[in-house]
Design a protein around this ligand. Sequence first.
Ligand SMILES: Cc1cc2nc3c(=O)[nH]c(=O)nc-3n(C[C@H](O)[C@H](O)[C@H](O)COP(=O)(O)O)c2cc1C
Length: 134
Amino acid sequence: MVNMPPEVRETLEKQWPIPFATASSDGKPNVVFMGILKIKDDETLVFANNFFNKTAANLAENPRASVVCWTKDPRRSYQIKGTVTFADEGPTFEEMAESVRARKADLQMRRAVIFKVEEVYEANSGPSAGERIA
Ligand SMILES: Cc1cc2nc3c(=O)[nH]c(=O)nc-3n(C[C@H](O)[C@H](O)[C@H](O)COP(=O)(O)O)c2cc1C
C-alpha cells in the first residue's frame, strides 16, 4: 500500500466522473465511469457497485483496477493503481449505501468497492509523464 500525495488526492477529489479500469484474467480491458467516490484516507478509495456487470466479472477473476484523474487548473494528472475488495455489510458498506441513497433515494447499492492504492504515476504531458511518484 502507498499513500497518495496531497496533490494527487486534490486532483482525484475534483475528477468527475472517474474512469475506472479493470481487466479479465486473460487481459481483456474494460473501463467505466464511476460517479460516487469517497476518499476514506490517503491509501483507500471507496466506490459503489450499483450497476457493475463486466466490471464485477473482471474483479471476480482479477482484483486489480486503475483510475485516472485530471485537473485543468492547476494542470495535473495522475494514474492510480490498486487492488479491490468488497464490503457487503459493516460501517464502510453502510456509509457508502447512505451516500448512494442521498444522491438517489431509490437506488440500492449492491456492494461497497474498497480500492487500496498501491501505485501512483504522473500522467500529465511533459518530461515526467508515466513516472512513478508513489
Ligand atoms: C456519469 C456516470 C456515473 C456512473 N457512476 C456509477 C457508479 O458510481 N457506480 C456504478 O456501479 N456504476 C456507475 N455508472 C455505470 C457504469 O459506468 C457502467 O455502466 C456499469 O458498470 C456497467 O458497465 P460494465 O459492464 O463495464 O461493468 C456510471 C455511469 C455514468 C455514465
